[in-house]
Ligand binder design. Structure first.
Ligand code: SF4
Length: 416
């Protein structure tokens, strides 16, 4: 992992919501956006609070109509997370959102272009100490109203190198737009440059990171359903983050935004950019050696572990052939065999139970171990898993003989 790029820091929030710092060495924050109408106040509040409970650091809401910015006045006191107003086309919505007490404004140079209007928004934000995100996203950066200009720009985009021309447009528009901010002595700006194409996202943010020191809001726009959008988003964001680029992220799915929060946090945890909250669950993919219903077990374990906030590392492994080596470093591990499971806590075998009792017993030991950690009697990751594979004929039953038949050499390996 490369060192994090040094950026200016902006701050989003207030004393009621808490302040979320973006850039300047702050942990990478995770954002999402409500899917419902902002003017449906009760639903909007419920959605925001559900995302905050799932771990969202910042939530964005769309404010296309005046009734949406009016709703903000009632929404904000009922929510505990900084709120960003997403403004397109109508600069008045930005002014109304600022007046309503929102914590940040998102502007799009593609559809709020009038210099005087932009200055009005900048001055309103400046007066209240609010930051602004400038988003030069692919979908809106191409001129729409001026057809001739649009044709010219599109012609550039689709000739020769698509990425090259698109990047040129993004950066040119960004420079032009930011000049207005700088003239107003306003620097509390975050930048986004999203595209549906992960490679354009990588190129755009890499290029922008060389030219501007503003914090970067990473994302892949209209990434699609969760199943494929996940890959599309992670393909772009993980490379950038590993190169030290990116200060706040939004994963976007055509699905419940809660998944955006969960996956965004998991990405940060996996890359060591955030301190994990909750259990780190690993599990084997299963293979022809499996002798329990591991997929169901893993899903049941995952749901049950939601109740545990301590970052215990738990491994659910399908067998003892490769399981012990692959579960190394887990605080708690279960190895399944012939319709049974053997449970280890920090290397010590604590149970050998039939398949139907694995979940209950595993959770019992997770809770017991968490209690010991919280009381200071045990430390996470303190003891490596030192697992001697069970006797293949004994503990895991005669079925294991079939498993072991072709893999006898691995039985003696255990922990390498
Ligand atoms: S742990 Fe065992 S069952 Fe799971 S994938 Fe590895 S060898 Fe197969």
């Amino acid at each position: 992992m490369n060192p994090r790029r040094v950026t200016r820091q902006i701050k989003v929030g207030d004393s009621r919501t808490g302040i979320v710092a973006i850039g300047g060495g702050a942990p990478v924050s995770v954002q999402t956006m409500t899917a419902g109408y902002t003017h449906e106040i009760d639903k909007c509040v419920a959605e925001i609070n559900r995302m905050a409970a799932a771990g969202a650091d910042i939530v964005r809401v769309a404010v296309p109509e005046k009734k949406d910015t009016e709703a903000l006045k009632e929404i904000l006191p009922q929510t505990q997370v900084p709120i960003v107003a997403d403004v397109h086309f109508h600069f008045q919505r930005a002014l109304e959102a600022v007046e309503a007490g929102v914590h940040k404004i998102r502007l799009n140079p593609g559809n709020i272009q009038d210099r005087a209007q932009v200055i009005d928004v900048i001055q309103a934000c400046k007066a209240k100490g609010l930051p602004i995100r400038v988003g030069v996203n692919e979908g809106s950066i191409i001129e729409r109203r001026d057809k001739q200009k649009r044709m010219k720009e599109l012609g550039q985009v689709f000739s020769e190198s698509k990425n090259g021309y698109l990047l040129a447009i993004m950066i040119t528009k960004l420079e032009e737009y930011l000049d207005i901010f700088y003239e107003q002595d306003f620097y509390d700006v975050a930048i986004s440059a999203k595209s549906v194409d992960p490679m354009i996202v990588v190129d755009a943010y890499t290029e922008i990171s060389k030219r501007f020191d503003h914090p970067l809001h990473l994302g892949v726009t209209h990434a699609g359903p969760k199943e494929t959008g996940c890959i599309r988003s992670i393909a772009a964001l993980s490379g950038l983050l590993c190169n030290g680029i990116g200060d706040t992220i939004r994963i976007s799915y055509a699905n419940d935004p809660i998944y955006e929060v969960q996956d965004g946090l998991e990405l940060c945890y996996c890359l060591g950019l955030r301190t994990r909250k909750g259990v780190d669950l690993i599990a084997c993919p299963t293979c022809g050696r499996i002798q329990v219903d591991l997929f169901t077990l893993v899903q049941d374990v995952r749901k049950a572990l939601d109740a545990i906030e301590t970052p215990i590392k738990v491994a659910v492994m399908g067998c003892i052939v490769n399981g012990p080596g692959e579960a190394e470093g887990a605080d708690i591990a279960v190895f399944a065999g012939d319709r049974r499971g053997i449970i280890y806590v920090q290397g010590e075998k604590v149970a050998n139970v039939p398949e139907e009792q694995i979940l209950e017993k595993l959770m019992e030991h997770c809770r017991e171990f968490e209690g010991r950690v919280l009381r200071g009697e045990a430390k996470l990751g303190e003891k490596k898993v030192e697992i001697i594979p069970p006797d293949p004929i004994g503990e895991l039953g005669s079925g294991y003989e079939k498993i072991a038949a072709g893999r006898v050499e691995t039985l003696t390996v255990g922990k390498s």
